[in-house]
Design a protein. Structure first.
Length: 177
């Protein structure tokens, strides 16, 4: 199982996936091998990682017409196939990587996107209050999905808070996942 946190921590709520991946990595142990990575804005650079895994959970914001902080768990197949260049002329995102694999006749990993609707995407660190308030619920959805896949999660004794993770992201010497 691979969990990839996607997003840009320099753009407020867009960084939610990265913060969530770091939170899971720092605060939980799992009953089976779970690799958690910060995919950030790597896009096409994640292609090899995607090809090497059979089951992937993507943590990200979703630009859907719904109330901010609404949480979705959507199989990637249902939102994939929108072309190779959804992110603009300079960006090929993770779902477009899967489209490329499909075009090459490669097996697509079982993938789910656990996303949340952002309240504010702007050039600023941190998360909006709406996403801060919804964060525990978001993590709970991820843990419930893992449990359905037969992977139990156990909280660590010493926890790193979401605020500690967001502050570490601001510090140039702070290492995020």
């Amino acid at each position: 199982m691979l969990i990839i946190g996607i997003g840009n921590i320099l753009q407020k709520d867009d960084g939610l996936g990265v913060y969530a991946a770091t939170y899971l990595h720092e605060n939980y142990t799992f009953s089976q091998e779970v690799e958690i990575i910060n995919g950030g804005v790597e896009g096409i650079h994640l292609l090899n990682v995607i090809e090497d895994n059979s089951h992937i959970v993507i943590l990200d914001c979703l630009q859907l017409n719904d109330t901010p902080a609404s949480i979705y768990a959507i199989p990637a197949k249902k939102i994939s196939g929108y072309g190779l260049n959804n992110g603009g002329a300079h960006e090929i995102g993770i779902l477009q990587c899967m489209d490329m694999m499909e075009l090459q006749g490669k097996e697509i990993p079982e993938t789910i996107v656990i996303g949340i609707i952002p309240a504010l995407v702007t050039f600023e660190f941190g998360l909006s209050q709406e996403l801060i308030d919804a964060f525990d619920g978001y993590i709970s959805v991820v843990l419930q999905y893992l449990k359905k896949q037969g992977i139990a999660a156990k909280k660590c004794i010493k926890l790193t808070t979401l605020f500690d993770i967001m502050n570490k992201a601001k510090d140039p010497s702070g290492v995020m996942l």
